[in-house]
Ligand binder design. Structure first.
Ligand code: C2E
Ligand code: MG
Ligand code: MG
Ligand code: MG
Length: 282
């Protein structure tokens, strides 16, 4: 009977599903040697002051250049890295590489003293490594000041591990590291929780910016998020600005910072160098 049941269950897996599972297993195996094989690279997306048009910093975004499959999106591989625990070593590599890169730009005189680099963190990095010690060590090695570093953690990641994450965030904050809540508006944080986090800025999720129109500008959630941020002395970054109309509306709402294809997609190191050398004003 068990055998018959097993067979019936097996038949539920159609070929597409079977292939998807195989691909996942293959990616998991491949990821184990990807760091050593130097298949990961960081791209950098400018964060722009909406009032002056100047680039105030760059967000490091991880890319996997797979030898057979080509470029694989972090949307696909980060969850696998989180599940397998590989995110711990990959995450440490990201922090170190971004700090080294910032140091290079500083030494080349391409960025000023207010320029920062933003790094995305997964909840597992809070829970399973001595994140504080790791960051202290990397800042020491690379000679980067803590206030040139911005750490991004998603709202849902914080909400799933509130106590531990909040206590680590407080220690990071003591070091004057800037803390951002990423993809804000997509999680379920309550206002009282939000007040307990020592965050310095909120990044409004791209989905809200996409829905922003002239007719919804005053009724949508964005003005509400901006006033919450003001009340809590946090700055606001709008993610995924793609059109001039969105930019105009966000400026009208006094949103101070933005990111998106309108300004620039994430860039390779060579492209970022070029951009910093030209140092354009938008
Ligand atoms: P995120 O941190 O919210 O990053 C913003 C994402 O939006 C990036 O996708 C970026 O390329 C994309 N984006 C920026 N501007 C626009 C725009 O105008 N329009 C559209 N449609 N998209 C835009 P990406 O690089 O694929 O990264 C996806 C997510 O993967 C990130 O979302 C972040 O949560 C995660 N991630 C990336 N790098 C790392 C990393 O080093 N560590 C961890 N833990 N997560 C990472
Ligand atoms: Mg981010
Ligand atoms: Mg985001
Ligand atoms: Mg995101």
């Amino acid at each position: 009977r068990a055998k018959a049941l097993g067979k019936a269950q097996y038949q539920v897996f159609d070929t597409a599903m079977h292939e998807a599972v195989l691909r996942l297993l293959q990616l998991e195996t491949d990821m184990r040697r990807a760091l050593e094989a130097q298949e990961f690279v960081l791209h950098y997306q400018p964060i722009v002051s909406l009032t002056t048009g100047h680039i105030t910093g760059l967000e490091a975004l991880l890319r996997w250049q797979h030898p057979q499959q080509g470029f694989i999106s972090p949307i696909e591989f980060i969850p696998i890295a989180e599940e397998t625990g590989l995110i711990l070593s990959i995450g440490e590599w990201v922090i170190r590489t971004a700090c080294q890169q910032l140091r290079n730009w500083q030494q080349q005189g391409l960025v000023d003293q207010r320029f920062s680099v933003s790094i995305n963190l997964s909840a597992r990095q809070f829970v399973q490594t001595n994140l504080i010690q790791q960051i202290d060590q990397i800042l020491f090695e690379t000679q980067i000041s803590p206030f040139h570093l911005k750490l991004e953690i998603t709202e849902s990641n914080i909400m799933n591990n509130t106590k531990l994450v909040t206590s680590i965030l407080k220690q990071l904050k003591k070091r004057r590291i800037h803390l951002s809540i990423d993809d804000f508006g997509t999680g379920y944080s309550s206002l009282s929780y939000l007040q307990a986090f020592p965050a310095d800025s909120l990044k409004i999720d791209r989905s809200f910016i996409q829905r922003l129109t002239k007719s919804s500008v005053n009724s949508g959630l964005i003005p509400a998020i901006i006033s919450i941020a003001r009340a809590m002395q946090m700055s606001v970054v709008a993610e995924g600005i793609e059109t001039l109309e969105q930019l105009t509306l966000l400026k009208h709402l006094n949103c101070e910072l933005g990111q998106g294809y309108l300004f620039s997609a994430p860039l390779s190191i060579a492209e970022t160098n070029e951009l910093l050398i030209k140092n354009p004003c938008w």
